[in-house]
Design a protein. Structure first.
Length: 618
């Protein structure tokens, strides 16, 4: 029996390799920051072939055209003869009479070096991008390195990474190769390929078990300022709290975190954050951040990505399950995929004691203020379905603001209806039990499924009004049910550009403060001729970037009445953008801000609902 089983295993492995797409990423022979890639194919079933790189990938909600980073593409047959092709667009290559296609070779450029030049393309969000720095680090989001052939997305891939012998690859994949110069992985299909990022650099990683799950954290810190061990205590505490919060909704046995800390001397990237995968996440943060700030980012950002293991990675619609990388069809339900996940990332911290009740309210208060920078009457389902189109994509960031608040109000509504027996987390648990990773729901039938799993038809009215409808969500009404009120406070005289500073937004592309066109200008802004559509890039010569926003704001608070001030703005002028200085004397203004506060004397019903909501207990 043992001998027969061994023989069968060898035969199965041989068959998989014979029918798989062998893909080799060569990190040894890198020239001019270009990585050679070779893909070897099993026998073609059709003479007409289309080879693609992704237009977009799950979790990014933007058109990135990863094929634009590829050059020197060459297709050859089984005799080594080149096969002619037509380049259809940045991502697609068409071949005729290619029955004997054997392999394709090409060079990959990284997206990080492209981030500062958006004259032709919008920059790829860094955590979904790629970095190639010979001898230092390779961030391999596989969708940026590996393509696929139409109708062969379900063929297994054998991924071979040739690497410097002193480099370590952080990944959730299991290396089947004992060699120090190559790593070999087997992946079931192309979807699993794009779901499996890797980061290669000099070894700096830790592994540990938390809540029955094995974790690996790999860190790239260009100056050596940080080590992986620096973040273990906070990460372990966070994961244990998450596992407790999710209970049986999370079944992960392993999870990998690739933490890339961007320095000031390397690629000048600016898209900080993370991208989710079933068993891993790629995270990009500035190395100059203090350790306490990185710990907080790990708790807020990495927890958000880990909660995606529930939704949408394991509970999703057909649009995500059958994702079309070349011509993606988007789902209506970003309110749940991103908004609900962001809500979880905050709710678990209050329910598991990582933050206080006041801190939780402050976070929700900030989201209410931030949501005012977006179109509050645009149906979320419409925005979500059309998010790749120009007229909708500027509303995307609202999924983390209003999307979170929609989940919060739905949580309160469910607890009110059920006398505290059911909340948003319970609804998602029941939905995941009804469907799951391999059984998608129909996009336009989600609300009916939510009614079915909760038993409360009243939530359909909520959905039709505030998610699929154009009615602004009455936050005060729902928070009042839980003993929370919205208070308006007048600030001491201060310097700013609009009446409500909480309606200030940040434009990552231009490193600028921006304002919603409905914002009321401050007296100072009017006095210097500032337009509400101007983008503010500097104040008295002090420029803005992601790292110094807080110090910029603190400087503005030192400005006195009558002080000479220069504001540098970007202003649209027809087809061009002008950079101009606006000068004047500072005018300080009292401003009204809204904050959330617990009622001093809530009713017994309000206090009960509040406790059930913020503790998760029934």
């Amino acid at each position: 029996m043992k001998k027969a089983a061994l023989s069968l295993g060898i035969l199965t492995a041989f068959m998989v390799n014979a029918q798989s797409i062998k893909t080799t990423i060569d990190l040894v022979n890198v020239k001019d920051d270009k990585v050679p890639v070779t893909m070897e194919f099993p026998k073609m079933k059709s003479g007409d072939v289309k080879f693609h790189f992704p237009k977009t990938v799950p979790g990014t909600y933007s058109v990135d055209d990863y094929g634009r980073f590829v050059e020197s593409v060459k297709f050859t047959d089984n005799k080594g003869k080149e096969i002619p092709f037509t380049k259809v667009n940045d991502n697609t290559y068409a071949l005729k009479n290619a029955q004997n296609l054997s392999k394709v070779t090409y060079l990959v450029n990284d997206s990080f070096d492209d981030e500062m030049d958006e004259s032709k393309h919008k920059a790829v969000f860094s955590p979904s991008g790629t970095d190639i720095e010979a001898g230092k680090v390779y961030l391999i989001n596989t969708h940026g390195f590996i393509g696929y052939i139409d109708n062969m997305q379900d063929v297994p891939y054998q991924l071979v990474v040739k690497k410097p012998t002193d480099f370590y690859g952080t990944t959730a994949l299991v290396d089947q190769d004992k060699s120090e110069s190559t790593d070999t992985f087997t992946l079931a299909n192309y979807a699993k390929v794009t779901d499996s990022p890797l980061m290669y650099t000099k070894p700096d990683y830790i592994t540990f078990n938390a809540g029955g799950m094995n974790l690996v954290l790999g860190v790239y810190s260009p100056t050596g300022k940080y080590k992986a061990a620096d973040f273990k205590e906070n990460l372990e505490k966070m994961v244990l709290a998450q596992k407790k919060f999710l209970g049986d909704m999370n079944t992960n046995k392993k999870y990998a975190i690739m933490l890339y800390l961007a320095g000031t001397q390397g690629p000048q990237i600016k898209g900080f954050g993370a991208l989710e995968h079933h068993e891993s996440t790629s995270v990009v943060l500035p190395e100059m951040m203090p350790k306490e700030a990185i710990d907080k980012a790990i708790t807020d950002v990495v927890s958000h990505e880990f909660f995606h293991t529930v939704n949408p990675l394991k509970t999703h619609s057909e649009e995500i399950h059958y994702f079309d990388y070349a011509d993606p069809k988007m789902s209506q339900h970003l309110w749940m995929y991103e908004g609900g996940t962001e809500y979880f990332a905050n709710l678990f911290q209050i329910q598991e004691g990582l933050i206080t009740r006041d801190e939780f309210l402050q976070r929700m208060s900030e989201k209410i203020a931030n949501s005012k920078n977006y179109n509050d009457t645009m149906p979320f389902t419409v925005m979500s379905k059309n998010i790749l189109k120009d007229e909708y994509k500027d509303q995307y960031r609202n999924v983390y603001e209003k999307g979170t608040l929609l989940a919060m109000c739905l949580d309160i509504e469910l607890r009110k209806l059920s006398n505290g027996e059911m909340g948003y987390r319970d609804m998602i648990r029941k939905l995941s039990q009804r469907f799951g990773e391999n059984k998608p729901f129909k996009d336009d039938q989600l609300i009916d499924e939510l009614v079915a799993v909760t038993g409360y038809p009243q939530i359909k009215d909520f959905y039709n009004k505030y998610i699929a409808g154009d009615q602004p969500t009455p936050y005060a009404q729902y928070l009042n049910m839980a003993g929370v009120e919205i208070k308006k406070q007048e600030t001491p005289p201060m310097f700013w550009f609009i009446k409500d500073p909480q309606q200030t937004g940040y434009d990552e592309k231009d490193n600028a403060f921006v304002f919603d066109e409905s914002s009321a200008q401050s007296p100072f802004a009017k006095s210097i001729g500032l337009k509400i559509t101007d983008k503010i890039v500097a104040l008295d010569g002090k420029t803005i970037n992601v790292q110094n926003i807080q110090s910029f704001i603190e400087y503005s608070r030192t400005i006195k009445e009558g002080q000479n001030v220069t504001v540098t703005v970007l202003r649209k002028n027809g087809d061009r953008t002008d950079k101009i200085d606006l000068k004047g004397k500072a005018l300080l203004d009292k401003m009204t801000v809204e904050t959330l506060a617990f009622k001093a004397n809530p009713t017994p019903a309000e206090k009960k609902l509040q406790d059930q909501w913020l503790t998760g207990k029934k």
